[in-house]
Design a protein around this ligand. Sequence first.
Ligand SMILES: *[C@@H]1O[C@H](CO)[C@@H](O)[C@H](O)[C@H]1NC(C)=O
Ligand SMILES: *[C@@H]1O[C@H](CO)[C@@H](O)[C@H](O)[C@H]1NC(C)=O
Ligand SMILES: *[C@@H]1O[C@H](CO)[C@@H](O)[C@H](O)[C@H]1NC(C)=O
Ligand SMILES: *[C@@H]1O[C@H](CO)[C@@H](O)[C@H](O)[C@H]1NC(C)=O
Ligand SMILES: *[C@@H]1O[C@H](CO)[C@@H](O)[C@H](O)[C@H]1NC(C)=O
Ligand SMILES: *[C@@H]1O[C@H](CO)[C@@H](O)[C@H](O)[C@H]1NC(C)=O
Ligand SMILES: *[C@@H]1O[C@H](CO)[C@@H](O)[C@H](O)[C@H]1NC(C)=O
Ligand SMILES: *[C@@H]1O[C@H](CO)[C@@H](O)[C@H](O)[C@H]1NC(C)=O
Ligand SMILES: *[C@@H]1O[C@H](CO)[C@@H](O)[C@H](O)[C@H]1NC(C)=O
Length: 461
Amino acid sequence: PFSKHPLSHQGVVSSGTRSVPFSPSKGQRKMRRIIAENPNWSLVVVPSLSSMCLQSIVNNFEEKQIFEQLTPGQRDFIQEGLSPTLPLRVTANLIPDGVYWKRCCERRWDLCDVSRYGHSWRRMFFERHLENLIELFIPEVTEPKAVLDVLPFCKSYVRRLNVSQLLPPIKEPQGEKDGEENDLDLAIDSEHDEACAHHFDFGLVLRELTHLEELALVYRVKECGMNFEWKMFEMTKRDCESLAKALNVTFLQLFRLHQSNVEDKKCRLLVKHLLDHPSLRELDLSHNLIGNGGARAIGKLLARSKLEVLNVCDNKIGELGAKAIARALSRNSTLSSLNLRLNLVRDEGGAAIGEALRSNTTLHHLNLGGNDMTWRAASALSDVLIENKTLRSINLSCNNLGKVGGKALAEAMSHNTTLTELNVLLTEVDEQNASFVSEVVCANQRSEHKKQRKTGSIKYP
Ligand SMILES: *[C@@H]1O[C@H](CO)[C@@H](O)[C@H](O)[C@H]1NC(C)=O
Ligand SMILES: *[C@@H]1O[C@H](CO)[C@@H](O)[C@H](O)[C@H]1NC(C)=O
Ligand SMILES: *[C@@H]1O[C@H](CO)[C@@H](O)[C@H](O)[C@H]1NC(C)=O
Ligand SMILES: *[C@@H]1O[C@H](CO)[C@@H](O)[C@H](O)[C@H]1NC(C)=O
Ligand SMILES: *[C@@H]1O[C@H](CO)[C@@H](O)[C@H](O)[C@H]1NC(C)=O
Ligand SMILES: *[C@@H]1O[C@H](CO)[C@@H](O)[C@H](O)[C@H]1NC(C)=O
Ligand SMILES: *[C@@H]1O[C@H](CO)[C@@H](O)[C@H](O)[C@H]1NC(C)=O
Ligand SMILES: *[C@@H]1O[C@H](CO)[C@@H](O)[C@H](O)[C@H]1NC(C)=O
Ligand SMILES: *[C@@H]1O[C@H](CO)[C@@H](O)[C@H](O)[C@H]1NC(C)=O
């Protein structure tokens, strides 16, 4: 084995632990230089030429990309070694989904749940990268180029955009004034400020993102601290106009705009641009200020779209708005879930929706919690429950249904229905009736499970 040692002909033989000087001939006692021993030395330590080449490719990847002509094993080596800070123009379309993008993600974010991104690390990287750019975009300060430049690389991978903050422009300092004067100014200037406090323009981005399926936005500033102002938590008219115009993204399936002070006018504008959308399935406008006018527009949308899930929880929809939605429901809607929780639907609205359910609807889930309804609405809904239709769950919690309403509901449930969930918490319903309702609901659930097991189509345990 010694003969293989590259240094052995120079007179030093390594046994792996120490060096032995070579004995010179005929007493010529000439001291030779001793090379310090390296107890760790072995042939394995010497890199092969090919791995040196690969390392060189890794080191110079930015200037010259050699990737596609390599073997799969060599590509793995490159993906393990490449720097995660390489510019996207180099890596975006060249490096396939996998280790490299995983390293990029884990370097930037502590929590990386790839299952939420269709198990694609590359998709996670680009979606979150774009979200971060938009969330930190300061109008009139940040160059739009900063966002536009990454779009060509992102656009094939971004399916969902979940923007959790949108910054308003930085206000110019108003000069040095007394506190008192400032207060006056604020009142006068507020009109003017509103006119120029526009956020990021989604028109720039959505046009490019041709694969976008889900868009969730909220106009608010996170961790604003002492700079708090109500203005930070609403979209302006111009924001709404530019967003609405951009909404005809071909593959959009889910649109969510919550907690953004959307009132009737803005709601109408958004809905106008969503009419006849080819793919929209889910619309979430919860926690806004939508009233009857907005609800009427939404009713129109129900008739002219393929909407399946509508969430308008925590708005200001009253009787008239509920009637408009009910009318749409009874006609030609594809809706399967309707959430009207925390509105002002009251008895008339509740009864109208009940009436709509008599006709051939597709509705499975209905939430009317916290709507100031009484026994009148409860008995109207009870009448519908007796004629068992497609409805699976109703949530009536936090309404003052009272004993009369409870009795009507219990009576309806005693005619075995298809309901597997009926929430009557905090409704002043008689305890005896409430427990009867929950008994029937449980029985329905059990028979439902049995049916599903028989047909082998059980989806949940
Ligand atoms: C030999 O390896 C050990 C552990 O891997 C390391 O601590 C030590 O520094 C190495 N010695 C030399 C001369 O490289
Ligand atoms: C959007 O992000 C927020 C947190 O930033 C999260 O709570 C929410 O579930 C996300 N929504 C979607 C649809 O991923
Ligand atoms: C969206 O609408 C604009 C104008 O309203 C139009 O130019 C554009 O082609 C539309 N895009 C799609 C994908 O329909
Ligand atoms: C009902 O919807 C279908 C398809 O969505 C459409 O073709 C039909 O015209 C609609 N009918 C009415 C009365 O709106
Ligand atoms: C309800 O819809 C089903 C299938 O969509 C249809 O067969 C039935 O005739 C409809 N009934 C009424 C009363 O419209
Ligand atoms: C029913 O509504 C109440 C509030 O009104 C809510 O707390 C509860 O989670 C809802 N239940 C279901 C099953 O949606
Ligand atoms: C409801 O159905 C259960 C079992 O499916 C049956 O035992 C019970 O008698 C039924 N009750 C009424 C009121 O039809
Ligand atoms: C309603 O339920 C009863 C009892 O379970 C059943 O006999 C009847 O066929 C159901 N009607 C419809 C329209 O599903
Ligand atoms: C509902 O409660 C009342 C008492 O408040 C009772 O007389 C009635 O039988 C109950 N109905 C059902 C179906 O449990």
